[in-house]
Write a protein that binds this ligand. Sequence first.
Ligand code: NAP
Length: 360
Amino acid sequence: MDMSARIPTLILGGTGYVAGEVLRLVLAHPHFELAGVMSDSQPGEPVGKAFPHLAAVLGDLRFSSEEQIRDQLAQHPRSAVFSAAPHGVSAALIDRLLSAAEAAGTRPRVVDISADYRYSTADAYASVYKHAHGAPARIQDFTCAVPEHLPKAPTQHVAHPGCFATAILLASVPLLALDLVTPTLFVSGITGSTGSGRKPVDGTHHPTRHSDLYSYNALVHRHIPEITACAAAASGVTADFAFVPHSGPFARGIHATVQASLKTPTHGAPLDTASLLARLREFYAHSPFVRVLDTAPRLKDIVASNYAHLSVIGNGRTVAVTCVIDNLNKGAAGGAVQWMNRLFDLPETAGLTAPAAGWT
Ligand SMILES: NC(=O)c1ccc[n+]([C@@H]2O[C@H](COP(=O)([O-])OP(=O)(O)OC[C@H]3O[C@@H](n4cnc5c(N)ncnc54)[C@H](OP(=O)(O)O)[C@@H]3O)[C@@H](O)[C@H]2O)c1
């Protein structure tokens, strides 16, 4: 493709936390050009009012209505669309916009960050989310995977697997794909308060969460079926994920630890930490955003970046892999930009290599 022509880019779910992070990344991206940000609740309002940390570079940009976004999509022969709308809303919204683009003869590529296109059937989606899928006929146009586990999407559009899923899949898939463990994985994951979105709700609101740590939805979290399906597609093994999510006393970041029983090797000594580290490094040798550390990964080293830090410990019987990511970046906006880069045959790392701030 002509690398000098910038790709018009549209963002849905405008005032949300994830949309704000997509916006931040797109504004600094060498190949994407912001063409519009849709807001359902605030069309016409200044985008900088919703995101004061971006106001200096937004100028007088205003939120667009759905109709304005639809007109933009009809104008551009190709465009990039990021949906950061809520699940239950995103599928039908994307479907309406794609139908209008198809009628106009244009061909946008979509990365949906919501859960709406993560399932391969409408029934599977409905059984978890307890409402009918918004656009069942579109499901076949989406593939759901962490970019590190699928080199090329076989479909025109991609569904991002989400934040907890990204961390847990990055930690688990090597263990399963390399046949190192029996397929029952015990997972403890801690998320920051931005994981619950902008709207304050009792129980997920930051004043409730700060200075505290507690588990929720233990063993029944709704992302377990999504993680199980993505892990099976990436590794060829259907594993049992026993997942206990926790609320952490911080705004951004996910810290996930996956433990499992190591298989006894048919020959040679049981795998120790050094050999597990070597296997993990080899597995992610061509993944520019995954770094396998000798020491325990820390949130501050990755927060607001697209990097994932992993470490592994083994004692011959049990293995523990820890993964830290930023939920809004690698776990949502950054992972989505990584996929969009690939959908447009751009370098995978374009616009994503900025390191973490360190002391936030
Ligand atoms: N937060 C995370 O860490 C994270 C990580 C991975 C994936 N996700 C997923 O990413 C999506 C956005 O998450 P978020 O945390 O940014 O949520 P959020 O802060 O609650 O933002 C969602 C935004 O969607 C828009 N919206 C709400 N109702 C709508 C409707 N009926 N029609 C159209 N738009 C509507 C609203 O913006 P407007 O009114 O301006 O349109 C709202 O601000 C969700 O699907 C979430 O599951 C979130």
